[in-house]
Design a protein. Structure first.
Length: 269
């Protein structure tokens, strides 16, 4: 099994290490602890107001729903994107009710962290989108940590690193939020050689697989999400969805839906 050292980070093609937020409908009940979000109606609106206080020129957009979820925006999340860079912001559940921030550049996850202060989120997002380098960003906004990026352009090394980070995300779900299903799913998937050779990801609350570890990410492979209480939903690329009991059954369903040509591709486009 991959090592567990390194940064706890979001794993996704535009990934969060936070548990999912409600899609589309009213703000989750925990948002009552964030009056600025409640007044604004969404994290997107609240973040837009916060970045506007620091100056014009930054547009905050919605975080759209994940595959298989209800359509529409996620009111507990937002996204900013410009010139090959992007930042996602997801509101955490629970009494702390903070925010997880993930910074990406040209498809590579460069920094992530969490804070209670929306003003810090706005400042960090503005710095990142305006071109700050990862270490400069973390020095200015200490709640962020730089994600190590492999210096070599070898598919196997990058895939191994992504599995390692996904194990860490799964541990975080189990230990911090008492949600063991992610740990069971990632562990069971990693034990299968066909799946271990592919690049894993986390897109909102979906476990994804790709033939390559960098964009263009493949979107024709099955994905899975925990539903709670040991149940999982598996979505095939053709739109079929099935619900199963237990991580082992979820992995078996993934393998059943995996096409024969699902093998690693060379690095890069």
């Amino acid at each position: 099994m991959a090592g567990r050292s390194g940064r706890l980070g979001r794993m996704s093609e535009q990934p969060s290490g936070a548990p999912p937020v409600d899609d589309g409908g009213p703000l989750p009940a925990y948002a009552a602890l964030r009056p600025e979000v409640v007044r604004a109606g969404s994290v997107q609106n609240a973040l837009q107001a916060a970045v506007d206080r620091a100056g014009p020129g930054l547009r905050v957009g919605p975080m759209t729903s994940s595959p298989g979820s209800s359509p529409g925006r996620c009111h507990g999340a937002a996204r900013v994107e410009a010139d090959g860079r992007s930042a996602s912001v997801v509101m955490l559940p629970g009494g702390g009710c903070g925010f997880v921030v993930d910074c990406w550049a040209h498809g590579i996850h460069r920094a992530s962290g969490s804070t209670q202060e929306l003003s810090e989120v706005a400042g960090a997002v503005r710095s990142w989108i305006q071109g700050a380098e990862p270490r400069e960003l973390a020095a200015r906004w200490p709640f962020l940590m730089v994600r190590a990026v492999a210096e070599t352009r070898e598919h196997g090394e990058e895939v191994a690193e992504r599995w390692q980070l996904l194990h860490q995300v799964a541990d975080r779900y189990a230990e911090r939020w008492q949600q063991p299903d992610w740990r069971a799913l990632v562990g069971a998937a990693f034990e299968q050689p066909r799946l271990r050779a592919l690049s894993p990801g986390k897109s909102m609350h979906w476990f994804t697989l790709s033939r390559r570890a960098v964009p263009p990410i493949c979107s024709d492979l099955p994905s899975t999400r925990p539903l709670g209480n040991g149940r999982f939903e598996v979505a095939s690329a053709d739109g079929r969805v099935r619900e199963v009991e237990g991580a082992a059954a979820a992995v078996e369903a993934i393998l059943d839906a995996l096409p024969d040509h699902a093998v690693p591709l060379p690095w890069g486009p």
